[in-house]
Design a protein around this ligand. Sequence first.
Ligand code: G1P
Length: 302
Amino acid sequence: MERKIKKALLPAAGLGTRFLPATKASPKEMLPIVDKPMIQYAVEEAINCGIEDFIIITGKHKRAIEDHFDSAYELEEKLKSTGKEKLLREINKLSHINFAYIRQRVALGLGHAILCAKPFVKDEAFAVILSDDVIDPDYSLLKEMIRVYEEVECPIVALEEVPTSEVSRYGVVDGVMEGEIFRISNLVEKPKAEEAPSNLAIIGRYILTPDIFRILDRQKAGAGGEIQLTDALKSLLRKRTIYGYRITGKRYDAGDKVGFLKATLDLALKNSEVSGPFKAYIREIAQRIGIDGLHGCEKTRG
Ligand code: G1P
């Protein structure tokens, strides 16, 4: 089997209910963080690891994703004729990348979405990126996971410690550290806090091997009545070792409103075009909240 990771799957068929009404007719993946849609951060992260083939698993109302990664002739001409070279370069910077789109006709879960890509992946390991887990662009998580994969040739999932009160939102694992990686002994999708094997949660970055497809083919619905990737990985564990890679950089749960706002704030601070005036505004807010907050505290104590 080929050891290099050349393909990335980006499931993008979800309904995005946590962002309604914004996502009623537009894909959640197209919500902009500063000036780029969420999904573009994921694509650029993979490109930085040498991945050039993308399979995006879409559903109804997701056409905007296809348009976003396509060329835009009229717009390009307009930018050319008005001398907006920088913007032109910006919108064309992904034009050498291959995008393929697969429709997940029914929303049967993440495991099912991955299974839809089976005919296009063939016999090679691949990355899975859930674009609503936004990783700090200065932290090369996927690159590190690919390096580990090339050494161990086993499936790898990204892991992060989360508060016990949040484990029910994630796939949760059990296992032991082996050097820099975590050898997984159990996985549970969205457990209740009291039933969770740990508070190490799966984050939306995976390196998977093609044997997962045989399992997904037979996988029954699990948590939430959906075909879960976590359950398929648990079955795969009977046949081979699966590792976890504990993340050390910043991750935002941008599928959640507060997480999305945090990502916006931090990424705006890293953006040279807006960071100056934005910092000044943050100072202004901090002062305002600080004074009001203190005032509120004094009142309560009094
Ligand atoms: C999915 C996975 C879950 C994982 C999470 C990471 O859940 O099923 O195991 O922990 O992504 O973001 P979802 O967020 O799609 O419900």
